[in-house]
Design a protein around this ligand. Structure first.
Ligand SMILES: NC(=O)c1ccc[n+]([C@@H]2O[C@H](COP(=O)([O-])OP(=O)(O)OC[C@H]3O[C@@H](n4cnc5c(N)ncnc54)[C@H](OP(=O)(O)O)[C@@H]3O)[C@@H](O)[C@H]2O)c1
Length: 327
């Protein structure tokens, strides 16, 4: 079926480096292998791992660094339309509107007009979202979903504290914590996000640029979802109650011995989000019901992926950045 000589527009890097290594150019169009689907991409989400990959994973400890070799097309999150089916695929039909976190952990290639995806990494696009909104959901939404729903989070009746609450993962986590049964949700972010987070149902807002969370809400949380991590991660420990749980979303120094002394549990290994069409189908239902909302910080044309990465590097995102691929 696939034409071997067909090409497409994509954003590719030929060497690791700053945003300007992202080049909008003509590349070969992929063909779906057995069990895969070719998706015509309408929009592609941008996630922190895309930035780590672009710079050659220098932020990731050497022993965890994937061995990816340029030229590379980045991008794990897409929303689009099924264009072609690989052998043996029966769940999808050409024309179906789908979205997904593709091949994660691993290498997606979503900053492109077409991408192949294992059929079970996709879900039907929520009817109530357009493609740019849907492309903003998969990685951040699935992270919050897989960490909070059906996981080990001891939430019913308890208090959830989300650090980095306005970001991609954080803004889904504050909403999904409530759905997981939290009676009270505390969001920690910089001040300009207060109205946004209160609109998402946060009961208590802490502006970390004014007051450290540990001082503002001591002993408050049964569960801390920490999307920030880093060398100062341990400073949040006093905000967690004895018997509470910390779920790190990014690598951080949590001073584990001190945490044990405070009676706070931190899993030995950080959980990692995984591609799952099944989980994404559940999340799509929550989006269509209006119980969960997605927020876009900004939308950039595919050809301006470098500008979008520059925006991402400035940090302080409110929701998600998305590339518009097909107008
Ligand atoms: N374990 C996994 O499977 C997994 C999955 C997805 C993502 N991640 C990781 O999780 C992290 C977050 O991802 P994301 O997509 O949510 O990133 P993001 O969209 O860039 O959001 C990060 C948020 O953190 C806030 N922030 C920055 N410094 C802060 C501080 N000191 N205290 C509190 N908030 C602070 C930022 O805004 P303000 O400073 O303005 O509040 C921003 O809203 C990334 O490191 C990513 O690699 C891990």
């Amino acid at each position: 079926m696939g034409n071997r000589t067909a090409t497409m527009r994509a954003v590719r890097l030929h060497a690791f480096g700053g945003p300007d290594v992202l080049v909008h150019e003509e590349v070969p169009r992929p063909s779906p292998a057995p069990g895969e689907v070719l998706v015509r991409v309408h929009a592609a989400g941008i996630n922190p791992p895309d930035l780590y990959a672009r710079t050659g994973f220098t932020r990731i400890p050497a022993e965890l660094r994937p061995a990816w070799t340029p030229p590379l097309v980045l991008g794990s999150d897409v929303s689009g339309v099924v264009a072609e089916l690989g052998e043996g695929v029966t769940d999808w039909q050409p024309g179906d509107e789908v979205f997904g976190l593709i091949r994660f952990p691993g290498q997606g290639s979503g900053y492109a007009e077409y991408v192949t995806a294992p059929a079970d990494h996709l879900a039907a696009k929520p009817a109530s979202l357009d493609h740019t909104e849907a492309a903003a959901v998969p990685m951040a939404g699935l992270t919050a979903y897989q960490f909070l729903i059906g996981g080990r989070a001891p939430l019913p009746g308890g208090t959830a504290l989300v650090n980095g609450a306005a970001g991609g993962v954080g803004h889904f986590a504050v909403q999904l914590a409530r759905i997981a049964g939290a009676e009270r949700v505390i969001g920690v972010a910089s001040g300009r996000h207060e109205a946004f987070l209160r609109g998402l149902g946060v009961d208590r807002f802490v502006d970390y640029t004014r007051t450290p969370a540990a001082e503002a809400v001591p002993d408050a949380a049964d569960l801390l979802v920490d999307t920030v991590g880093g060398p100062d991660a341990h400073r949040l420990l006093p905000a967690v109650r004895r018997g509470g749980l910390v779920l790190p979303v990014y690598l951080g120094d949590y001073h584990r011995e001190r945490a044990a002394g405070l009676g706070v549990t931190i899993p030995e290994r950080m959980q990692q989000v995984r591609s799952s069409g099944a989980d994404l189908t559940e999340l799509a239902a929550l989006l269509d019901s209006g119980r969960v909302r997605v927020h876009l910080d900004g939308v950039h044309p595919l050809a301006e992926a470098a500008a979008a990465h520059r925006r991402a590097e400035l940090g302080h995102l409110q929701g998600k950045l998305v590339l518009r691929v097909h107008p």
